[in-house]
Design a protein around this ligand. Structure first.
Ligand code: MRU
Length: 344
């Protein structure tokens, strides 16, 4: 992605040091965090320094390689297993985290008891996972942009951009590619309470690319549907189930229902790492519940009645019947067929 005229990935390895763009600082500051241990990566995933399903998948993959580097020969397996479980539990909804960590774990185990070789394999496997994730997202751009007509007014939710992935984005990959092919488009950006990934991160990415857009409150989307000013919706996903149900940022479901009511196409864009071939339906997806402080405070300032509790589910489920199609690196498929089609 281009930030102030320079190309970046959201997360990358140099030697055996991990770097990531600190997404908590954006858009007001641009900072890069340097990490040396898997537990530092766990903290950065939990506090959302790095966030977005494919980005935490890659961060988790690199973190497991760092864990293997630190693991003693004596007790290597137990150390690695504990690191894997801690990483996967650090954010439960996005299956990319599980997929990234588990794929590196399995590669490393193949080379035990040749521990030094296994450690090297860890870094190579993590880099391969990150590269293939970035390539998937590049393809999402090519495939998804075909669905965007010239003149389209597009609604997106949360940040499904390059920051949320290793590079390119999922929903934003399609939008970016449509813009680069000189289509005249306009993007409505849901602010995405409570962490404001839309108004902070998506708006930042769109501005960096020069893509015309405006931030709207989450509750304003219905108004623009009603005014016939939205032509299509594209979001990302944190998990795609076998039956085509998806989990994505809280508020996605209501946008899909609105799109259905207004007969507007609702597309979900997802790389292969977001498919969970063991998850039958949306009900099986664990939903992350985050701290009520995210709702009751903004920048450390109370914005809610101090004596009230707040409920903060971070994701919701959009049933397959509301999804017009799932954009994948292998093509656009009906939601209920997508899991199967991506394995062919
Ligand atoms: O809580 P976040 O910011 O990690 O949630 C991110 C989203 O919900 C994105 O839409 C999702 O990861 C898919 S796009 C890469």
């Amino acid at each position: 992605m281009l930030i102030n005229g320079k190309e970046y990935r959201s997360v990358w390895l140099e030697g055996e040091t991990l770097f990531m763009i600190n997404q908590n600082l954006l858009p007001f500051d641009f900072g890069i965090k340097e990490l040396h241990s898997y537990s530092e990566v766990v903290d950065s995933i939990r506090d959302m320094t790095v966030r977005g399903a494919p980005a935490i998948g890659a961060a988790g993959a690199f973190a497991l390689a760092l864990a293997a580097k630190a693991a003693p020969d004596n007790g290597f397996r137990a150390y690695l297993r504990a690191a894997r479980d801690t990483l996967i539990a650090s954010r439960p909804t996005a299956v990319d985290l599980h997929n990234g960590v588990q794929s590196v774990y399995e590669q490393i185990l193949k080379f035990i008891p040749n521990y030094d070789h296994a450690r090297q394999v860890g870094f190579l496997a993590a880099q391969e996972f990150a590269n293939s994730s970035a390539e998937d997202c590049r393809l999402l751009g090519i495939v998804g942009s075909q669905l965007i007509p010239d003149g389209a007014r597009i609604l997106t939710h949360c940040n499904a951009g390059a920051l949320a992935t290793v590079d390119w984005g999922t929903a934003l990959a399609a939008i970016r590619a449509a813009h680069r092919s000189r289509k005249n488009i306009f993007v409505y950006v849901d602010e995405t309470r409570p962490r404001l990934q839309g108004s902070r991160l998506t708006a930042f990415e769109l501005e960096q690319e020069g893509i015309p857009h405006a931030i709207i409150t989450d509750s304003a989307a219905g108004f623009y549907f009603w005014k016939h000013e939205i032509d299509l919706v594209i979001t990302g996903a944190d998990r795609v189930c076998l039956n085509g149900d998806i989990a994505n940022k809280i508020g996605t479901y209501e946008k899909a229902v609105l799109a259905h009511e207004h007969k507007i196409p609702f597309y979900v864009s997802a790389p292969l790492s977001t498919f969970d071939q063991s998850c039958r339906e949306g009900k099986d997806i664990p939903i992350e519940i985050r701290s009520e402080t995210e709702i009751k405070e903004i920048g450390g300032v109370l914005v809610a009645n101090p004596g009230s509790n707040a409920l903060n589910p971070s994701f919701d489920i959009t049933p397959a019947r509301y999804i017009t199609g799932i954009i994948t690196p292998k093509g656009v498929f009906k939601a209920k067929e997508a899991s199967h089609k991506v394995t062919l």
